[in-house]
Design a protein around this ligand. Structure first.
Ligand SMILES: [Zn+2]
Ligand SMILES: [Zn+2]
Length: 108
């Protein structure tokens, strides 16, 4: 299977629930649109981090939206909405069956 979007300095940006890939220099925080302290968040992490790495399922977010008190790592609905956006994008690029094969879970 050909892997799309695999570049070092590129990550997804979510706009209106849709994932677009952008270079860091063009990116802003996916959540608050700040350009300060951009960090790359792995949309699927823990035991799924390596799959996120493989398909470049990462997103640009500022430090506050990432690790802050209401950031992705502490905000379940926000975390889930990102996972859903990236699952939809993956299914567009590949297929639903391939998502389930890789992740063994359905977020939609
Ligand atoms: Zn932010
Ligand atoms: Zn993170």
């Amino acid at each position: 299977m050909r892997i799309k979007h695999h570049f070092r300095d590129i990550a997804g940006q979510v706009e209106n629930g849709e994932v677009h890939y952008k270079f860091r220099r063009q990116a802003c925080c996916s959540i608050c649109h700040s350009k300060n302290q951009l960090e790359r968040h792995h949309v699927f992490y823990g035991d799924k981090r390596s799959i996120a790495e493989k398909y470049n399922m990462t997103v640009w977010v500022c430090h506050d939206c990432h690790r802050g008190p209401n950031g992705i790592h502490f905000n379940e609905p926000l975390d889930l909405s990102l996972k859903q956006a990236f699952q939809r994008k993956f299914e567009k690029d590949y297929s639903h069956d391939e998502f389930i094969k890789e992740f063994e879970v359905n977020y939609l």
